[in-house]
Design a protein around this ligand. Structure first.
Ligand code: FMN
Length: 201
């Protein structure tokens, strides 16, 4: 499947076959490609919580306005981020780079993020957005549908998954075999409504 076709076919699907189990090798393929997604300074600050426990799925569904896809999708990933990823042995993010690149970039990571909680959090959101889109497109190619979700109580889901204090949640992703088509695209804007040339105003 071409990337363009995956983009066109991906829709936010809300109804999944609750009996379908994603094969382990398919899940492995999905996640291996997720790990190739870009992050600033290559800090790979995303953290994926794969929710397999049915009771936990039920609890998250209750915290998500009873949205069925939370329980019925084959996979539920809570896309989290570690605000302190930049400070966790950052040399490993560049260990295979030429020495002069390591010498320049590894100290720069600390300079960029240290004592800047908003920047750390923004970076987490950026990284999760990018990896989330890759997950949805690769899932599409592998024959799966998906639904990105932020319709849930973040504090409640944080409690359920034992989110560490220095982590955040970006959104959840339900992935499975869709059993009901998404409704027609509800109202995509024309390009000229969302793009300006060079400057606003
Ligand atoms: C960050 C994010 C959060 C979303 N949260 C939910 C959600 O909680 N429940 C839901 O059914 N759809 C959710 N959606 C799906 C959007 O409603 C959907 O992507 C949008 O209407 C465009 O439709 P399409 O994805 O089928 O093209 C979410 C989408 C995004 C990107």
């Amino acid at each position: 499947m071409q990337v363009t076709e995956a983009v066109q076919r991906r829709r936010a699907v809300k109804w999944f076959d609750p009996d379908h189990r994603m094969p382990d090798e398919t899940f492995a393929t999905l996640m291996q490609h997720a790990l190739l997604s870009p992050t600033a300074f290559n800090i790979q600050n995303w953290r994926f919580v794969r929710v397999t426990d049915p009771a936990q799925r039920r609890a998250i569904r209750a915290a998500a306005w009873d949205q069925a896809q939370v329980e019925e999708a084959s996979e539920l990933l809570v896309l989290c981020f570690d605000n302190n990823a930049w400070d966790r042995e950052p040399a490993r993010y560049w260990r295979l780079a030429p020495q002069e690149v390591q010498d320049f970039l590894v100290p720069a990571i600390g300079e960029y993020y240290r004592d800047k909680p908003q920047v750390q959090r923004d970076e987490g959101m950026r990284s999760c957005g990018l990896v989330g889109q890759n997950l949805m497109l690769v899932a599409q190619q592998l024959g799966y549908d998906s639904c990105p979700m932020d319709g849930f109580d973040y504090a409640a889901v944080g409690d359920i998954i034992g989110l560490p204090d220095d982590h955040g949640i970006a959104f959840m992703l339900a992935i499975g075999k869709g059993v009901k088509e998404a409704w027609p695209r509800p109202g995509q804007l024309a390009l000229d409504a969302v793009m300006v040339e060079n400057r606003f105003g």
